[in-house]
Design a protein around this ligand. Sequence first.
Ligand code: 0X9
Ligand code: ZN
Ligand code: ZN
Length: 304
Amino acid sequence: AHSYTNYNSWDKVHSWINSIATSNSLISKQVIGSTYEGRPMTVLKLGKKSDSTKPAIFLDCGIHAREWISPAFCQWFVKEALSTYGSDSQMTSLLNEMDVFVLPVFNIDGYDFTHKSNRMWRKTRSRKSGSSCIGADPNRNFNAGWCSMGASNNPCSDTFCGYSPESEIEVKNVADFIRRNKSVIKAYLTIHSYSQLLLFPYSYTYELAADHSELMKVAVGASNALRSLYGTQYTSGPGATTIYPAAGGSDDWAYDLGVKYSYTFELRDTGRYGFLLPASQIKPTCEETMLAVKYIAAYVQKNL
Ligand code: 0X9
Ligand code: ZN
Ligand code: ZN
């Protein structure tokens, strides 16, 4: 059965998506396309129904297959949003004024593969004649300084940038959705693991983003909120200098499209368990991360 405190297989997440989407008037779903292997990519839309179009936040999880805590967070976020609407004043105000689009698993084929065959798989599962190696790194496949640094043009590499920008259908589907909803999307949040970092543009260049000081101020505020629960320490900064230079990422692409509040979270831990974070840490990790996400959401809402 599906559980918020365990790592759910894709089959379980898939049925959870379908049941939660019809459970409450605050939530609806929209299929944005299919993965390479034909699985449906479904975006959940959270927010109080309104006659006029509301500004929105886009949140995705599971770009990288082996980072299991990430999809667990998106599931947790949806549950918390629905269960605290009406009692938590901030969540109520957020969902009254804004919509939150949640993509619970971005790289579904890869996620399924980590459950069935290779726990450490990172990339998509696309094939192309001429190479026996499978998949590209979805977070090197966006059209942002594509394959210029920190990415590989070798199809066998774990950071293969793909044959062209958006060559991966999952990346194309998400980029199309964000382009289509560009006028309403005010923030782009993407959840990865691990390292306890809160990153923002740029990663494809050492140049500072035009909004660097504001992005840094909000990141520091969000990290402080996160730390207030269990003392978990996060480092904030631009990707290129805080983790490593790496082009083709979704955060840089969304930012250059015009989505100012663009953040990549690298959740727990700092390497003791790494990608194999025990299920016992799902609840505390998600609870502390909620505080950071809500901090950013409140800031965005206040500055609409
Ligand atoms: O390398 C990545 O894609 C991310 N780290 S991970 O360990 N989850 O693979 C960091 C992404 C930071 N942003 C960009 N490089 N654009
Ligand atoms: Zn379905
Ligand atoms: Zn990742």
